[in-house]
Design a protein around this ligand. Structure first.
Ligand code: SAH
Ligand code: SF4
Length: 369
């Protein structure tokens, strides 16, 4: 069933759409810009606080739009550096957004780099065998407002904790679209959300600091190749041969490597930006030396950066994380062959692992532990 809220969600409206709304409700065009300033710069959370908007128009806005599409339930601050925001959407669906604070070795001052990992769907239809999000299947796509609202909730939380230098600045450094769901299967909503996040009138968040991760939807990668987009693309490879990849990623049967690699190549050629290949290391599934050598060939062909992610245990699944020795052996093949790569091991610092752990729960999880 298609989810249709009674009121429209304000965080899904572009400035142009709000200008039309202003005109249709008897207001001058500039009201729309005043409204977006309240939403994205001053970041107030009630219509009443929008003091330069006429009271009667605020009432009209309230009748037509929902100001908070995603209600933050509880935020779990773990001992390390991750912080999860659980949100209940207007239809009762639950999604999680993760904040990962990684300390930066800096010049004198202590600062951490904050990355926000967002979801694009409730559940996921692609059923990768190792992934928590795929376990319960796909429930629905998030709309653009629900994608944007995850970031706005983070802003609202962070704004209360830190003194903002200027109201223009968001409190995080990077966005990774690596939470629940396959972003490119929700293409239009994702594109609209990125446009709002990126716009001068919106969050003004640089698209180059946004990374979209896909399990390899070839037609959408082709489509992105033809568009002038600025965000970064990461491809979840996880297998350097069709037989390995098909074993753990059902999508490989529809888009095998001989289709995926040329599409990725086309993307790199058209955008001139380095691609990231994500590669989860799962014991005796894809961590063999032979597989590493084949990964070298693919990475070289694509001039890609490889992100090695030691598998994070998912409850109910039997896959194992290889021991450090096996991880090092695999990584050494990339090193010897001069393939740029990263491998993150520390708990909580591992953005992908933290994101990959997002899981659709049938009931509200216990966030108090
Ligand atoms: N659907 C997209 C984006 C969401 S998954 C995709 O597949 O790329 C984001 C990343 O987390 C992917 O690379 C995914 O393979 C990884 N991931 C999923 N489960 C994981 C786990 N248990 N441990 C480590 N990484 C995981
Ligand atoms: Fe979906 Fe990505 Fe998980 Fe695969 S890894 S099931 S595509 S969220």
């Amino acid at each position: 069933m298609k989810f249709e809220p009674e009121k429209k969600l304000i965080f899904g409206e572009t400035l142009e759409e709000l200008e039309v709304f202003a005109r249709d409700t008897g207001q001058p065009k500039f009201r729309a810009k005043q409204l977006t300033d309240w939403l994205y710069k001053k970041r107030v959370q009630s219509w009443d606080q929008m003091s330069n908007l006429p009271a009667e128009w605020r009432n009209i806005l309230d009748e037509h739009f929902e100001l908070s599409p995603a209600k933050p339930l509880l935020s779990k601050e773990s001992r390390d550096v991750t912080n999860k925001l659980l949100m209940e959407l207007t239809d009762g669906s639950l999604i999680e957004t993760v904040l990962i604070r990684a300390p930066m070795k800096g010049v004198g001052q202590r600062r951490s780099r904050t990355t926000v990992c967002i979801s694009t769907q409730v559940g996921c239809a692609y059923g990768c065998k190792f992934c928590a999000s795929g376990l319960l299947g796909w429930k629905r796509d998030l709309n653009a407002a629900e994608i944007v609202a995850q970031l706005m909730n983070v802003c609202h939380q962070e704004d209360t904790m830190t003194q903002r230098a200027t109201p223009e600045i968001s409190s995080f450094d990077n966005i990774v679209v690596m939470g629940m769901g396959e972003p490119l299967a929700n293409y239009d909503n994702l594109m609209k959300a990125i446009k709002i996040l990126n716009a001068d009138w919106g969050l003004k968040f640089g698209a180059r600091r946004i990374t979209v991760s896909t399990s390899g939807l070839v037609p959408e990668i082709e489509k992105l190749s033809e568009k002038s987009i600025q965000f970064r693309l990461a491809i979840s490879l996880h297998g350097a041969t069709n037989s390995t990849r098909s074993k753990i990623m059902p999508i490989n049967r529809r888009y095998p490597l001989e289709k995926l690699i040329p599409a990725a190549k086309h993307f790199v050629k058209n955008h001139g930006r380095m691609l990231t290949l994500e590669y989860i290391l799962i014991e005796e599934i894809n961590d063999m030396l032979d597989e590493a050598k084949k990964l070298v060939a693919i990475a070289k062909d694509l001039h890609a950066h490889v992100n090695l992610i030691p598998y994070n245990k998912v409850e109910g699944l039997s896959w194992k994380r290889p021991n450090i020795m096996r991880q090092d052996r695999f990584a050494s093949i990339l090193k010897e062959n001069k393939v740029p790569f990263t491998i993150r091991r520390e708990k909580g610092h591992d953005i992908n692992a933290a994101c990959g752990q997002l899981r659709l729960k049938a009931e509200k999880p216990d966030f108090t532990r």
